[in-house]
Design a binder for this molecule. Structure first.
Ligand code: PSU
Ligand code: MN
Length: 307
């Protein structure tokens, strides 16, 4: 059914597509296990795969099952990441899960690393992890950033959630020499909103251009990934006034509840879904679908460029 050797298992369908130079897109599993509520998460995981298949692209949802990283899940695997309680797994958790034979939902960091090792070059997610507000005190910066600097994978996201420190995140990506391009914009998106007001140096206008950036990156031999910032269409974004109001309430509530450290982001995100009456969740799903569609186009362009 699957082939490959330790330390990871590539699903046969994915391995065949890679061997034949056909388009493949990686998907992460933390967004399914920890980022979306049940049972919407299972429907979302299946839908993201279906969007890819109907575009002629092979999906490679990545997760660790019983200690073994999987590049591409079967239906049962998808059910497990949506239904089982499993650890949130970053790169540093992979050897521990392997030793324990435990399962984990991979973050952007771990997914990008594993995709890169398996030769999957394009990856779609919702939002990247980044530098947290107050990081100059807490040192809380997602390993997503350093992992992207090590994995030659192109990640399509709608930027980082506005609960993080967006300008600091962009500064760190600069330091790490990770190219960041805006898809048809130079305004870095802030996840639920099209714009953050933080300007990027570069804009790309179609998938073929992104494939050429990937080739240029390969020729340079620098090894970094590429961040493609893909803003949600304006008619699908969250109402900016409501967004700002609810975010301010959420920060005040976190303060009042005395939430600190790792607990801050889950608290804020949970609060925001609740306080928005589920609106932030609907926008979240639209964002992810939009990113999966663009990733499919990039993977197709990448295959065509290398044919
Ligand atoms: N941002 C979102 N939704 C998510 C995540 C980030 O809008 O589900 C997840 C991703 O899997 C990302 C991870 O890789 O959170 C980052 O977590 P941390 O900050 O702990 O590295
Ligand atoms: Mn952290």
């Amino acid at each position: 059914m699957s082939r490959g050797t330790h330390p990871f298992l590539v699903a046969a369908e994915v391995a065949d597509a890679l061997d034949e130079g056909r388009p493949v897109v990686a998907l992460e599993s933390t967004i399914i296990s920890h980022g979306l509520p049940r049972p919407r998460n299972l429907a979302a995981a299946q839908e993201f795969e279906e969007i890819l298949r109907s575009a002629g692209v092979v999906p490679a949802t990545i997760a660790v099952l019983d200690g073994v990283p999987r590049i591409g899940l079967d239906e049962e695997g998808v059910q497990r990441i949506a239904g089982d309680d499993m650890a949130k797994a970053s790169v540093r958790d992979l050897p521990i899960l392997a030793a324990k034979g435990a399962s984990g939902a991979t973050t952007v960091a771990a997914t990008a690393y594993l995709a890169g090792r398996a030769g999957v070059r394009v990856f779609a997610t919702g939002g990247l992890g980044g530098v947290h507000r107050g990081a100059s005190e807490s040192f809380d910066e997602s390993a997503d950033l350093s992992s992207l600097a090590l994995s030659g994978v192109t990640v399509v996201s709608a930027g980082v959630k506005s609960v993080l420190d967006i300008p600091a995140t962009l500064e760190r990506l600069e330091t790490l020499s990770v190219p960041v391009v805006g898809y048809r914009t130079t305004d870095f998106p802030s996840f639920w909103l099209r714009a953050s007001g933080h300007t990027l140096d570069w804009q790309v206008d179609d998938a073929a251009e992104i494939a050429r950036v990937m080739r240029g990156q390969d020729e340079l031999g620098h090894g970094q990934g590429i961040v493609v910032a893909n803003p949600i269409p304006v008619d699908e974004q969250w109402d900016p006034v409501e967004h700002d109001r609810i975010l301010a309430t959420a920060f005040a509530a976190a303060d009042a509840a005395g939430v600190t450290g790792k607990a801050v982001t889950p608290f804020l995100l949970g609060f925001i879904v609740e306080a928005s009456g589920g609106k932030s969740l609907e926008v979240n799903l639209d964002i992810a679908r939009n990113n999966v569609r663009l990733a499919a186009e990039i993977a197709i362009a990448w295959s065509a460029l290398n044919a």
